[in-house]
Write a new protein. Structure first.
Ligand code: AMP
Length: 404
């Protein structure tokens, strides 16, 4: 399958060639024909599958075909994303894919002053990419009207709901014209997502590229049983043993992320934290440093990590396991993107065993290497089954059902 087979027009195909895209990814193959055909789409795709292009390419093409940019003034496409980072990234994708198409887009998000954003809006915008909070804010101030919208995209809806945006989304929807095309992407589909989609989409086509909640297959997963106080030591060992020079490290809390960064820096390991308490410029700086590899470890909380797209990210380290199993899938989906291999390493302390159990239930039959490093102070009552207790580096593989 090629982009030409999908009827993507030459100016967009040329832009894709420049990006090095040769073939469409499965989610692109499945969604693009329907979106081009004017259908509502409900897409279930995890991050890293190429879902941004799956909606951006047909939207750009329809703009071109319908000459929407020249039609009447007003915003014609609204793309909602949960985080600033994801919104910025979607904006960059529109810039790249739309380089030969005459459309103006802009990105708006909170945490920065609104001056540049309102100026861009006043100059006229065809495609608006926004986080819900800032969008509501600028709508309330009268800078944004949505009655001209023809395309509405909700990206990473599960995350938006997790972040408490449901009310904002509901209010935004009331301002959209009834006659519009809607595309809805979510990595997971719990009942509340289904309900929201049912109310929003008209006769949608469902497209799905992986079993719901299945982790990216390309990611090699392993887990170490290690007590909390030994995790730093283990991190150092794993970095050395696996020769890791670049990894995204996950923490549950902002405070934990800051603390770990301080300790890593003390050890002489370059690290920066990225989370919601950091200013937008501090986040961007950390992300840039990580992307250009002046920073070895980027220590992130889950919310901040959404939308971080680092080409060729080889390692994700779950220094702390997430409380919600599905978050594990989002985390490990940061690596193994667009079919490239990746490694996810998780550290599980005694008090996190219940989380690990939930994760195993969710990932199903995936092979995960489990190890207990020699030095860790696992209390006997909580130690994993004896046959699983093995020295660092002496791993055995398990698949299927595991017991604690
Ligand atoms: P996304 O899931 O939209 O965040 O995309 C994940 C990554 O895949 C991004 O780095 C994209 O640039 C890349 N990508 C998207 N579509 C393709 C494609 N058809 N070929 C190669 N890479 C792609």
């Amino acid at each position: 399958m090629t982009f030409e087979n999908l009827n993507i027009i030459l100016p967009i195909r040329e832009a894709l060639t420049k990006k090095g895209y040769i073939n469409p990814t499965p989610i692109q193959e499945k969604s693009i024909p329907f979106i081009l055909d004017g259908k509502d789409v409900f897409g279930c795709a995890q991050t890293g599958t190429g879902k941004t292009a799956a909606f951006a390419l047909p939207i750009l093409q329809l703009f071109h075909a319908k000459q929407l940019a020249k039609k009447t003034p007003g915003i014609k496409a609204l793309i909602l994303a949960p985080t600033r980072e994801l919104a910025i990234q979607i904006g960059e994708s529109f810039t790249d894919y739309g380089t030969n198409i005459n459309v103006k887009h802009t990105v708006i998000f909170g945490g920065v002053s609104q001056g540049n954003q309102t100026r861009a809006l006043q100059q006229g915008v065809d495609i608006l990419i926004a986080t819900p909070g800032r969008l509501m804010d600028l709508m309330n101030q009268g800078f944004i009207k949505l009655h001209t919208i023809e395309f509405f995209v909700l990206d990473e809806v599960d995350r938006m709901l997790d972040m408490g945006f449901i009310r904002d989304i509901q209010r935004i929807i009331t301002k959209l014209p009834i006659k519009r095309q809607t595309v809805f992407f979510s990595a997971t589909v719990p009942p509340e997502i289904k309900k929201l989609a049912n109310g929003l989409l008209q006769n949608p086509v469902s497209v799905q590229v992986a079993a719901i909640s299945a982790p990216a297959e390309a990611v090699k997963q392993s887990m170490y049983y290690v007590e909390k106080q030994d995790k730093k030591e283990l991190l150092k060992m794993v970095l050395e043993k696996e020769n890791i020079n670049h990894a995204l490290v996950f923490m549950r809390t902002k405070h934990g992320a800051n603390k770990l960064v301080k300790e890593l820096v003390k050890y002489g390991i370059s690290a920066e934290a990225i989370h919601g308490n950091k200013s937008q410029s501090a986040r961007q700086k950390a992300l840039e440093g990580f992307k250009n590899r002046t920073i070895k470890l980027l220590v992130a909380t889950d919310i901040a990590s959404r939308g971080i797209d680092v080409d060729k990210l080889t390692h994700v380290i779950n220094y702390e396991l997430p409380e919600v199993a599905e978050t594990y899938i989002h985390r490990i989906g940061r690596t193994g993107r667009a079919g490239e291999g990746g490694t996810a390493i998780s550290f599980c302390a005694s008090e996190e065993k219940a989380y690990w159990k939930d994760i195993l239930k969710l990932v199903g039959n995936v092979v995960i290497t489990e190890t207990t490093p020699k030095f860790t102070t696992v209390r006997p009552a909580e130690a994993p089954e004896p046959e699983r207790k093995r020295n660092f580096g002496n791993n055995r593989r398990f698949s299927g059902k595991r017991k604690f």
